[in-house]
Write a protein that binds this ligand. Sequence first.
Ligand code: HPA
Length: 285
Amino acid sequence: MTPQDHYTLSDYDLAVEAIRARTSVKPKVGLILGSGLGALAECIENADYIPYNEILRFPQSEVAGHRNRFVAGTLEGVPILAMQGRVHYYEGYSMQAVTFPIRVMQRIGVKILIVTNAAGGLNPAFSAGDLMLITDHINFMGMAGIHPLVGRNDPNLGERFLDMSDAYDPQLCQLARQAAQAQGIVLREGVYIGLSGPSFETPAEVRMLQRLGADAVGMSTVGEVTVARHGGIRVLGFSGITNMLVKGEQSGQAVSHADVLSIGRDVIAPKLEKLVRAVLRALRD
Ligand code: HPA
């Protein structure tokens, strides 16, 4: 894969056809499950599984903790299309490839995207194991030109110049706050900054990111959310804080992908499941 990858409407629609051939579910909600957070897809009822490698041009992840399949079914009575695993820019895919699944969701009729990720904590008030509602993001990659909407704009998909003032839907954020409170889940809030990775941040970078106004940092999400908004999909986002990059005045704590996965799986995924279920019930009612 190269940054020159180009997809057209017919690529998206072929992928939609491939999914429709494997499931009769008509998803209204899309769910992206980040590193260590894939377990939620196991709760989906009447599930149909569609491996990404059965869909033409669909990018595959080689990163541990990503299962590379769609799970279509219902959760709390809501028809849903979940992604167990996603690809990242650092795997060598273009941003167009990274966001290909979002276009497929758009063309299949998804109206709301719930996006999740594993992230490092920059806000010293946070702790590892916290769940953070993403209220806004900084597309650091995008600002450097690694942006999924660079290139020709297809007006069938969205507008050339995209408003991002309410990227994370205020109404859905409010619904998530209420759901968290009702479930007794502590829900942090903050700004997610998306970097390319794959290296974790140096202490100097951590200080810089804090000064830029970010509360959590990760290697995904910003491109996907941008494309979802371009396609008119409303977005709700959660970061699982798998590790803290700062503790008070101290910084530069070692991070490992194995820790990211285990905290995600053991501490964050159970809370996320409760919260997403409560949000879906509220959407259904
Ligand atoms: N930095 C960037 N991405 C991450 C981190 C981190 O500390 N933890 C999980 N994803």
